[in-house]
Write a new protein. Structure first.
Length: 243
């Protein structure tokens, strides 16, 4: 053992031990993230599958994202905006978001669905009409998303925004809005071909389990490889001693 107690070998032992500890810790961290993902999925699933309630019951409460709600009111198409960089079945596009004046007089933003980039660029002849009169929407409620910025006006004549940041939308439109928005699922009267309702988020468990296995594999492989190096060096030392 004495050849392995030199400063060089001691540094090597410390380095390898540190790497093994770090990789093992990363493996357990990924398992913790997997548990968190499972818990979040259960919360989202319960919110989506819950019986819808009138939006008025949720606006003044700390409602979870994705909670099913019923919204009644009238659209204001003059305030529609586009939320950029949204995909649907791998196609690039936008969310079309329109203010709705609720029956009690309050206003909130409703994401009516996805539209393709070709429509925004004027290369898609399908028309998107905003229905008039009272509309009933079945949707999922969401909190505002921070960090949004107002961009330029698109070929469709609508302003592009990076995220559905309600304070930014409120300032841009000059309209008092509720601090939640709704992702449309169904509408009466029904939607035309566009926009396409945005499906609920996928509730998969992500890559955390495979990442955890990878870190544990790297950790185990490092221990085995280092043990083989020490064994080989021990044999070399024994041969040198004999000679």
């Amino acid at each position: 053992m004495r050849p392995f107690l030199t400063p060089k070998w001691i540094l090597s032992h410390v380095f390898v031990a540190t790497m093994v500890i770090v990789m093992t810790g990363l493996g357990f961290w990924q398992l913790n993230r997997l548990d968190e993902r499972k818990d979040l999925n259960e919360v989202v699933r319960a919110a989506i599958e819950a019986d819808p309630v009138p939006i008025e019951e949720m606006l003044d409460t700390n409602s979870p994202d994705h909670r099913a709600v019923l919204v009644r009111g009238t659209y204001d198409p003059t305030g529609s905006v586009l939320i950029a960089n949204r995909t649907y079945e791998t196609q690039a596009g936008y969310w079309l978001v329109t203010p709705m004046r609720l029956v009690d007089g309050r206003s909130m933003m409703v994401s009516r669905g996805w539209v393709p980039r070709t429509w925004v660029a004027g290369n898609d002849t399908r028309e998107i009409a905003t229905p008039t009169g009272e509309i009933e929407v079945l949707g999922r409620i969401h909190a505002s998303v921070g960090g949004g910025r107002v961009g330029s006006t698109t070929d469709a004549g609508l302003v592009e925004m990076t995220r559905l940041d309600l304070p930014q939308v409120e300032e841009f439109l000059g309209l008092a809005l509720e601090d939640s928005w709704v992702q449309l699922v169904e509408q009466a009267p029904p939607l035309a071909e566009l926009p396409v309702p945005v499906p609920p988020p996928g509730l998969d468990e992500g890559p955390h389990l495979s990442y955890a296995f990878q870190w544990f594999f790297f950790s185990t492989a490092t221990v085995i490889a280092y043990a083989l190096i020490l064994r080989k060096r021990s044999r070399e030392v024994a041969v040198e001693a004999v000679e």
